[in-house]
Structures are given as C-alpha cells and as structure tokens.
Design a protein around this ligand. Structure first.
Ligand SMILES: *Cc1c(COP(=O)(O)O)cnc(C)c1O
Length: 233
C-alpha cells in the first residue's frame, strides 16, 4: 500500500473524529488534497486511492497537471488556492473549477470575462484576512460585503463562500477564534446576499484542521499530511 493511500486514510479518519467530536456529519467536510510542488506520480497515487479534489498554488504547474490527467481521469476537480497575478487569470479561467484566493474586484472581473462559454461558471471563494496587520493577502472584514455584492453579479462566476489562511497559531483557542470569525462573516454575508448560496467555508490545513472543523469548515486543505513535507529547492 502506498504511503499516500495510508496518509489519505489517516486524514479521513481524523476528519471523521473531528466531526464526531462536534456532532457534525462526516460528509459535510470535503478533503482537498493540496498537491503543489508534488510530482504527477504522487497525484496518481492519490487518485488511485480515490481522491478527486486537488488544490494547486502555482498556475503553470497546476495547468500542466490538469492537462496531464484530463484524458485519463476526467472527473477530477481542480482548485486554485494561490496568490493571483492579473496576467495569469486567463489560464486559471480556462482550466480550473474553483478559485479560493479572490480578494480583489479587478481579478474577479477578469476571471468572469475570460471564463470560456462552454464551461460552467467558475466557483469562487473570497479570501478573507482574519489576521489583521499580520497578513497582506485577503480582503478585510469591513470590505467583504461590498466586494461580495459586486462579485455576486458577475455572470460567469458562482460565488460560493469564504476562505482564510490564518496566521499560524499553535494553540487551539486562537485557531478556533480565527475560524469562528470567518464562519460568522459567512453567516452575515449570507443574510445580505440571500439569493447567493454561500455553502462553502474553506478553512483548516494540516496543523489546524480540528479547530477549523469545530468552527464549521466545509473544506479542509491538506498538503503535508497527505504528500509529506514540501521541498522548495
Ligand atoms: C500549501 C497550502 C495548504 C496546505 O498546507 P499544509 O500545511 O501542507 O497542509 C493549504 N492551503 C493553502 C492556501 C496553501 O497554500
């Protein structure tokens, strides 16, 4: 048995345990396998173990992987979760199914304009800055409603919820506080946009998954615990 298969089974068990602890249905939390920097062979192992949803941070690398698997595994779902430069929006719009890292109207407009006609609307999560000064990316809480209201009107996008990458905290209480703030922001936004189904909260990584699930995460983004440590050389 490959270690990636074993790791996926372990993470799946951990998701189930975290759900049990807070009385949630295991099916309410989706596992996104973050495969950035990892080779095609690692993704193939994960696919063989039943994984379908993958997250990538770098456009060129992600597109190469998507194209590699397009014919042999057409049912994969690809999520773009990295910082977005405006000259890369076309490639993202052409190839990905979801984008988690939208925090500016300009980027959202480009993704909508560039989304090919034959594809379904691109599913969008707004990245929210839950760490104040400590983070440069993500929209601030006080600008979220205005941005979401504009993005909800763009024709080739489907706004589905929020995402955050909180400042790293080792204690459960701080982790929980950051994730709870995101969940509350989603609830408030849902009241302001009753016609837009904001059913997705992308929060929780290898080190803080339990707190994210307790706070209502519907999608955990797990890299290291599935594929091992990343090597950036
Ligand atoms: C790399 C990355 C992850 C996965 O992080 P791990 O700690 O390896 O689980 C999740 N979300 C985003 C946005 C990332 O860039």
């Amino acid at each position: 048995m490959s270690s990636i298969r074993q790791n996926l089974e372990k993470v799946t068990r951990e998701i189930r345990t975290a759900c049990d602890k807070c009385g949630r249905d295991t099916d309410s939390v989706q596992l996104l396998a973050v495969s950035k920097t990892k080779p095609i062979s690692a993704i193939a192992d994960a696919i063989a173990a039943g994984q379908r949803a993958f997250g990538e941070n770098y456009v060129q690398e992600g597109v190469e992987k998507i194209q590699h698997f397009a014919t042999q595994s057409p049912s994969l779902i690809w999520h773009f979760i990295g910082p977005i430069q405006s000259n890369k929006t076309r490639l993202i719009a052409d190839h990905f199914d979801w984008v988690h890292s939208v925090d500016r109207l300009k980027i959202a407009r480009r993704l909508s304009e560039q989304r090919p006609e034959h594809l379904p609307p691109l599913k969008i999560l707004l990245q929210v800055n839950t760490s104040g000064e400590a983070s440069k990316s993500g929209v601030d809480f006080d600008e979220l409603a205005a941005l979401a209201t504009e993005i909800a009107t763009l024709p080739n996008l489907a706004l589905r919820g929020l995402m955050s990458i909180p400042e790293k905290a080792d204690d459960y209480a701080s982790q929980l506080a950051a994730f709870t703030a995101l969940a509350q922001a989603r609830d408030a936004l849902q009241q302001q946009l009753p016609d837009t189904k904001l059913d997705t909260l992308s929060m929780g990584m290898s080190g803080d998954m339990d707190a994210a699930i307790a706070a209502g995460s519907t999608m955990v983004r797990i890299g290291t615990a599935i594929f091992g440590a990343r090597n950036y050389d």
